[in-house]
Design a protein around this ligand. Sequence first.
Ligand code: HDE
Length: 715
Amino acid sequence: MPSKPNAKGGTEKDKDLQPDIEVGADQFMTTDQGVKINDDQNSLKAGDRGPTLLEDFILREKITHFDHERIPERVVHARGTAAHGYFQVYESMAKYTKAKFLQDSAAKTPVFVRFSTVAGFRGSTDLARDVRGFAVKFYTEEGNFDLVGNNIPVFFIQDAIKFPDLIHAVKPEPHNEIPQAASAHDTFWDFISLMPESMHMIMWVMSDRAIPRSLRMMEGFGVHTFRFVNEKDEATFIKFHWKPLLGVHSVAWDEALKISGKDPDFHRRDLYEAIENGAFPEWELGVQIVPEKDEHKFEFDLLDPTKIIPEELVPVQRIGKMTLNRNPDNFFAETEQVAFHPGHIVPGIDFTNDPLLQGRLFSYLDTQLSRLGSPNFHEIPINRPVVPVHNNQRDGHMRQTINKGVASYHPNSIGGGCPFQAKMAEGGFSSYGERIDAKKIRERSSSFFDHFSQATLFFNSQSEPEKNHIIDALRFELGKVVREEIRERMLGLLSKIDKILAEKVAAGLGLKVPAKPIEPMNHSMPADADPKKYQPKVIKSSIERSEALSMANTIKNTIKSRQIAMLAADGSDDKAIDKMKKALEAEGATTMIIAPRLGYLKTASGKEMKIDQSFLTSSSVFFDAVYVPGGASATLLQEPDAIHFVTEAYRHCKAIAADNDGVELLEASAANSKMEDNDNLAQDGLILNSPPEAFIKAIAQHRVWEREKLHKVPA
Ligand code: HDE
């Protein structure tokens, strides 16, 4: 049976990890050989001022281990953070798949999830404009299943052979290793401008999806079309989705830039703290199911990873829920050493011929060999399945398993034929018997040649503010490109997506959209190919807008785990603070008192109140909303940092509440522009002298992006 929570509420995987957990509390310090150490302060010397002796095995062991502490970072997705949890299916999916972890709604399957950015190095900022990795390892009773996805449902390229080119283009440029964790440079846009197939993905990456508010507030996607296979060996096509129960939310670009400086660990910290505070992040697993007979029914190819299946065509069925409820104990042992692989599947799930997926099936095992250094990386505690492993794989660096017996081959008679193969009825994996009758050919199917229709669909599906953010992002990114011909090529491609989009970007760059995109448009073609045959196909999407593509339509009914700043000073109204705090915390939000200095403040009723952060140690960009109680406006108005705090929160379109003379702080800030001529302030997220409920409603809206129409960036 899959794991049921043990007495302590842990999963099978938690139990499996127990023997490897080391706690030094109340223990003697020892060498790696278990010898108790008497002096860890001084090396062994010939006389107290003499040379250190080579004989000092304690010194040598310690320094040698230190010298080898680093392993290569992931070539992509180096920056990441992870958490433990479990997955539970809502009802049996037996009709579609025999995968055991998708049968029993009472069973909890342990998971380990790693989120990441793609381009930056291990120490880079969390808030880079980038795709986020969303990799889930399910420790099922039939072995590990890895769903190695992203927070964007499509990819830049259609064929794995282009992946090294894409990554070389986006990584810092090779001559000077600049810029870090950024796509805003020539090599990236040079490549992209020659790859029209990337246009759909570019729309997503230039949208606010690429700067999430929190890892807990982003969707996940399996990207490729996979297969479900049931007991009768019938297959259906599947797209995997993760839908966050907190909704899909992002920060503003200006915020992202500031957070990158003030707290580059913002997402990592947010996930860690949410879990420590018991605000466990949750996602529903969704699937789009397409019967085999419908494979060719769509105006795009199901095998093309630059396409989504619009939810209007095939709805997403929510089939289960994942909860992350435990932080790793050790970053290196777990988060760094976890090794995902899209090729880790279990009976009931299978691949399709998506050429990007097919290439990935090679890459992940291969990369672990150099990153983790041995074919035995599956024995590392975080990677090993919760079911036993028996096979004839032997030896290699760092082998942990002590295999008994002399027969390490199959068939054998000496070992009684063991370990033996499992029949399908016994859970043995058997690949889906897809019929293939083909000529070997190095080509791309012409059904992959529509590069623009879904880019247009995405752009058209965005709200006005979202469209403006895409335009701004493109102006910024292309503005950082030095070579003008690259900018012009990009404008040509953008005009194929949307003329107005291209014109607005061009205006920001001081250029004109070229009358005709530079031909041939597709450089991703074989040397001998006829360029005419490789021109992108122009297809008009049967769907003009898709609600699911806009974050404006996401869940906006909760403030769970949101961070609210309360600006206070000596004299602040403690009753108002307590009332607001209680109401916000009852809805699951977290509050912090921010004041001109650290320590304690004396409230209106003479009480001592602990200050959590000062204006120096904190910033409005770390919060979702701001509250200014009355009582201390005279002090706060003397603090330029307090006024800036409110101005910035206002310009970043956040909800702001104030009571009594607290309103004066808003009047001294940029919010004043709205207050002078607006009688519906609540709609604008400004909640003055109102009950907490109104503030709670405003925070749940996440942002009032319309405010940007007047003023975009903080003073
Ligand atoms: Fe990956 N990718 N990838 N990728 N990928 C890696 O494997 C690769 C792609 C994704 O948190 C590497 O262990 C190729 C798509 C995630 O540890 C490497 C291609 C999607 C992670 C690799 C792709 C992903 C990786 C680097 C094109 C979304 C981080 C380190 C054919 C569906 C997993 C490693 C973690 C990591 C190769 C494209 C997701 C080199 C060749 C598409 C979330 O093997």
